[in-house]
Design a protein around this ligand. Sequence first.
Ligand code: IMP
Length: 467
Amino acid sequence: MTVTIIGSQLGDEGKGGTVDLYGEGADVVVRYQGGDNAGHTVVVGDETYELSLLPSGVVRGKTCVIGNGCVVNPETLFDELDALRERGLDPDVRVAERAHVIFPYHRRLDGIEEEDKDEEVGTTGRGIGPTYEDKAGRRGIRVGDLLDEEVLRTRLEYVVPQKRAVVAEVYDKQAGEELDLATLFETYSGYGERLAEEGMTVNCGDYLQSRIDDGDEVLLEGAQGTLIDIDHGNYPFVTSSNPTAGGACTGTGLGPTEIGQGEIVGIVKGYATRVGSGPLPTELAGVEGDTPGYEGSEAQRASDHEAAQPLSDAGEREEELATYIRDEGGEYGTVTGRPRRVGWLDLPVLRHATRASGFTGVVVGHIDVLAGLDEVQVGVSYDLDGTEIDTVPPTTEEWGRCSVNYRTFDGWPEVDWDAVASEGYDALPENARAYLEFVESELDTQLYAVGVGPGRDQTIVLENPTT
Ligand code: IMP
């Protein structure tokens, strides 16, 4: 049986906490896409673990697998492993031989391309996009290639001159050490040796299937979220992989029937956040007509400019609210430290995510962060060019033109969340329950858990698919 955990919004929903919680009953925890662009925070007592590549299950001492759909920066891999070992853990981590390797030139190109774009994506700068580009362009280098010096050298000899030419001739920049063939070969064959010495590489699909056949429980951990999925997200403001459930199949080598027979759990944060550029229709912006980082088309910019008003009282209130939620929720990027943009919960986004991944249940978190507000809003539908719609339109320009229809809920008070977590669902403030039950019924799925704080014991579990 498998359980797949998926971000239902724009990433940063708190998946790490749920993986940690449900991971207790799992034997193997697998990441199936993305690389060291993910920021997963796991809090255990006074200890906080911030991971950008390793599956969150590593903190529980589970066997962790970095699947073939991932892109792997070996430097991050070994840094995170060494740091955990220094903290007394004994991580058991396997890496798919079919996963692609991030090289320093991918990170350089990520930066150069962002600088060059009129509308930057706001990437994490970790070389994710350029590595997936090489994968699709059939010039990538895979983890298995690091184990064979001959193969590694041949592949580098093919790709490095191409990348040097791109840097010099397309972008008019000077290539540095990141494109020095001898250094790359030495460093990356060294990583290959260490992978081999520690027996870390696996044939991912075969390995996972055999664990399942032996009766083990496998938890598949999505990184990022549905709205930054390269197919189902708001292209081009997306990451370059598939966080949605289909990615769990292609990114592990397990078939859709295997994954589909299990549970697929959507992780929902009780409000919306976004790092990087692109629309956020329910954003609490507060600053004269702008959506930070989103510039839209020229026509859109002109009309935004016309609509721009001096900062109004309402705008100031929105800004205050955004700051309150950002600070209460610690909404600053785990990987980059960037402050996140903040908005109200957006049901069209959640309906889109529920359909794209076929959620069997949802976990709604950060309910404590919203405590103390007089009222809490939920975006229930959009108006797009005069028509009401209840899901996300296919183009980002259309999404950027959507205005939101809200439903207002009375707020709930600050309470002793630890006590609530130990007493259970009925101990939640009544208005918070009304909010949660509305979301559950609108998505026509089941509420599996409610997060009322970042700690392992601060989740009210209604359904645990791994026990
Ligand atoms: P990349 O994944 O670094 O290429 O970045 C592409 C887009 O995905 C940017 O808007 C990033 O801010 C966003 N992104 C990447 N990883 C995460 C994440 O873990 N949480 C939220 N957004 C992310």
